[in-house]
Design a binder for this molecule. Sequence first.
Ligand SMILES: *Cc1c(COP(=O)(O)O)cnc(C)c1O
Length: 390
Amino acid sequence: MKTLKKDIGFATKSIHVGNDPDKTNGAIAPAIYATSTYVQEAPAKHLGYEYSRTHNPTRSRLEECLNSLEGGKGCVATSSGMSAMSLVLHSLKEGAKVLCGDDVYGGTYRQLTTIFHHKLNIEFIDTTDTKKTITRIKSFKPDLIWLETPTNPLLKVSDISAIAKASKENKSHLLVDNTFMTPYFQKPLNLGADTVLHSMTKYINGHSDAIGGAIVTNNTKFLEKVRALQNSLGPCLSPFDSWVILRGIKTLEVRMDRHQENAKKIASFLESHSGVKKVIYPGLRSHPGHRIMKKNTSGFGGMISFYLKGGMKESNRFLKKIKLFSLAESLGGVESLVEQPATMTHASIPKNVRESIGIEDSLIRLSVGIENINDLINDLDDAITFAIKK
Ligand SMILES: *Cc1c(COP(=O)(O)O)cnc(C)c1O
């Protein structure tokens, strides 16, 4: 394999890094090494692979590729986003202090508050308030800061670079869940974060056909800790899923461009529709996080939330009529998805709390796919018109 230059572009990395042709037969596509163990020439004399919980050549390729896209010192691919999180939290000492955004992914909140709350000193804070967050970092001196931006489903934006500066000054470890943006639009490590976490289930894989997670970090000591924990606890990504995701990543740039192009058009269509009360998309100038996104990211992604005029009745009528957008949780695949946060992803939050934070019955979340834009807009138009018809 020719050595690649350091400054190659994003799409070139996603197609070539970790994708050297097979040395033994020249196959351009990587093999799925479906093997549990590796034959040793003599005791402890092997080719770097001993057992597939610890290492697997297909998984190594994926780790190399994602690491290069995020610009880290190493990557660990895990069986899900949630298991990647568990490795991070297991790496902390008993009593360690964690400062976490108060609007993070539901599963993140659940893992912190039902599994790790005995061990860790956890505090939640509105990280979209940069000043308050920095002040709290200085007084609380967290060991770990957990940031997710933009959030789900209200797409609230936090200032990674400002928070990273305060994190460094206080010797905290800053982790950013980069699932919504992907390294194509947002590179937290370049903005000063120590570690990036992914649910590769979403945009990284992009085809809604695998579950996977990853940790990419700039901290080599932390990397070795996480590797050791993965080996001890066992949440490794299978060779087949590693292969599926490595294949998905090759088109990450063109997919993200198209997700965003469609999302921008849909956001402005929705803004002009008489059946829509409000549109939330960070690419709109009306979005409160727009300015920070412009500073820290190179794009706004493919997720949109909006409030229909009306309530649960109109929302249900909309969901009954919509065709191309499939009613499902999850996001980030090539196909468009739609969901009702109040009864689906955020149903576990009590109604009064939910409504106080903006998750009303009329809120609809879209994961905009890469289908033909006219078809998507016509579908939305039909469903909204039907929903609000008297
Ligand atoms: C889906 C998701 C996760 C969890 O990942 P899994 O692969 O489902 O375990 C974590 N963070 C965000 C932002 C997500 O969307």
